[in-house]
Design a protein around this ligand. Sequence first.
Ligand code: SF4
Length: 364
Amino acid sequence: MSVITAADTGALTWNGMAELVLQGGVLSREDAIRILEAPDEELLAILDAAYRVRREYFGQTVQLYYLKNAKSGLCPEDCNYCSQSKISDAPIERYAMLSAERLMDGARKAAESNARTYCIVASGRGPTNREVDHVAGVVRQIKEQYGLHICCCLGLLEPEQALKLKAAGVDRVNHNLNTSERFHPEICTTHTFRDRLQTLSICRDAGLELCAGMIVGMGEVNGDVADVALKLAELNVESIPINFLHAIDGTPLQSKHELNPRYCLKVLSMFRLTNPKAELRIAGGREVNLRSMQSLGLYPANSMFVSDYLTTPGQKAEEDFRMIADLGFQITAGDYDSAKLLELWKIPHAKACGSEAAGQCGCG
Ligand code: SF4
């Protein structure tokens, strides 16, 4: 069956794009760029088109992810955006792989905050075999005790390592593209875009689901953002985290502040319309870049992190639950609706909110 494209139908209104996508068509690169370049007056119509597609595949549900920085800093790579890289002077916590107890404690907090997925993230180019064995052992325990969906973000992986993670019960691996192939050399020289694609391919071959996204606002142009979205559609990834650069002092990108909330919403809408069935997650930089318009991001996106990021604190989980309840949306994991969760959170939050997670690791 041939795929319908916008060029075939001439469907160039925002709503026409939604129709096209709902009929199984794909957006052209030109249309993807047109969304990003649209005037702000068109924003509500663009969000409406993206929301139509989100509703079709995800209804009004929101999936929460809880992230644990299992190993922080000490990374030999030179990713310009990352506070954990060897070229960053950011004053972050630096520590080797956390003990099984600490990782289990993170799983407990994820379960308490009603997250569906617990993300175990480690800094570095890639894990040692010993680190993979350690994580695999902990994942077995987490599965037994909490039954959480597990996503691991450990950097570049070898085929045997991916198979080991799969055998331990890991559901998904996160490995972001971060930016387009064209722009990648501008933000990192110690590994290539092709290296990243290779890890995704190794994970797919091991039977793991894929989570891969980007960091917007590093100096790329709209064509780069569109290229990442179309590449992820081609790879058919299950999950797409969109980070909006939170420029961290001490990193080479510390003075990049190019984003505004309206543009961020157009980016999320474009990703929804190019990847209609993928989980689309508002990830790092949500609070500083979307600011008062955060809740609108959940019209195109259907997922977000709760609590902190890798090296930066997030908004309080209580405020996230309130935002979801105010939208009339439902959290998918666990037995509670968002209003009840808001009540329940007040008790464990006071003792459970340890801010250990931190920055925007491009492995994650
Ligand atoms: S993004 Fe990952 S690989 Fe790059 S510097 Fe940070 S921790 Fe290292």
